[in-house]
Design a protein around this ligand. Structure first.
Ligand code: SF4
Ligand code: SF4
Length: 321
């Protein structure tokens, strides 16, 4: 294996290292940071990348035609729930795509709740959720498990114009109908929004506070759990690599990063079985596949992807509820 010393004294291969290329070394030959799984808290489950809409900045590039991650089934999820329980996880979090497009999604939520986990379900609260048979299942699950089920609804902006610009015409109105249903049923929910280039966080929170008031949502826009704001990320901007020295320089604790306490199960198109990946943010890079079981996946994650620097170490974003 190439070491830092080999690089320094020129023993390395003739081809210089590219950024984010080598698992252990940066392009400058410094020791790349990695993150150990400290306490397994959340098992993320990707239900499939298909979505009823196609947003301008979807981090996983979901759309009505992207099925690179296919629908996971309740039977396929089951062994991962067994492992998650043994490893001490308390939460199962579902994301997509739009999870309600997957016909096994209600069963997956119910199975997870029956096994004693709390459930976080990410949704756009649009047409897939609002189909009558789905609403009936949701009602039953809510009545049986109460606050153990939490939904997180994506509403990019407090204004219909900006939200619809990202999504599609009338997306805002449709999402508010879904949110109104959740409110009326007493289902616990939070909102996930985005900060835009030209607005600061305080202005975003004020705008959402008015929206919550107008719609009688029992949410505090100034509470980051009720209103999660994801930072705007320019993926074309160059980003520095993260070395082992960065934690001290930045005053950041690696245990606060998502891959220190979670993993995500996905099923790739054409694969015979699901696989475990490091996190929700890097779905398609096979270097972040950690194994076929949570046990295999409980090894350190090397931070050799620009997202590690942009979203987690420098940007401060987290997908965890
Ligand atoms: S609703 Fe969510 S999953 Fe679907 S395209 Fe938009 S951001 Fe992506
Ligand atoms: S992007 Fe994923 S793998 Fe990289 S630091 Fe963040 S959580 Fe860990």
């Amino acid at each position: 294996m190439t070491s830092v010393e080999d690089i320094k004294i020129g023993k390395a291969t003739a081809k210089p290292l590219g950024k984010f290329e080598h698992p252990d070394l940066t392009a400058e030959g410094r020791q790349r940071a990695s993150i150990e799984l400290k306490q397994f808290e959340t098992l993320w489950v990707n239900t499939g990348t298909l979505c009823n809409i196609e947003c301008g900045h979807c981090y996983i590039e979901s759309s009505p035609s992207n099925d690179r991650l296919v629908y996971l089934t309740n039977d396929e999820l089951s062994p991962f729930l067994d492992e998650a329980a043994l490893m001490g996880a308390s939460e199962i979090a579902f994301t997509g795509g739009e999870p309600f497009l997957n016909s096994d999604f209600p069963a997956m939520m119910k199975t997870s709740l029956e096994r004693g986990f709390s459930v976080l379900a990410l949704t756009n609260a649009m047409r897939p959720m609002m189909r009558p048979p789905i609403l009936k299942r949701l009602q039953e699950i809510h009545q049986r498990f109460g606050q153990s089920l939490k939904m997180r609804v994506s509403l990019d902006h407090f204004s219909a114009a900006r939200h619809d610009e990202e999504r599609e015409p009338n997306a805002f109105t449709t999402a508010l109908i879904g949110l109104g249903w959740l409110r009326d049923q007493g289902v616990s929910f939070s909102i996930a929004a985005r900060t835009f280039w030209d607005e600061d966080e305080a202005a975003m929170r004020e705008g959402f506070a008015s929206l919550f008031d107008e719609n009688n949502f029992d949410l505090d826009a100034h509470n980051p759990t009720d209103l999660v704001l994801f930072p705007e990320m320019d993926m074309t901007e160059p980003v520095p690599e993260i070395t082992t020295a960065c934690w001290e320089i930045l005053g950041k604790d690696p245990n606060d990063v998502m891959c220190a306490n979670s993993r995500m199960v996905v099923k790739r198109k054409g694969a015979s079985a699901p696989t475990v990946i490091a996190c929700t943010l890097i779905a398609y890079d096979e270097r972040f596949e950690m194994g076929e079981s949570l046990k295999q996946a409980a090894r350190p994650v090397k931070l050799n992807h620009p997202h590690c620097a942009k979203f987690c170490v420098l940007g401060g974003a987290s997908c965890s509820g």
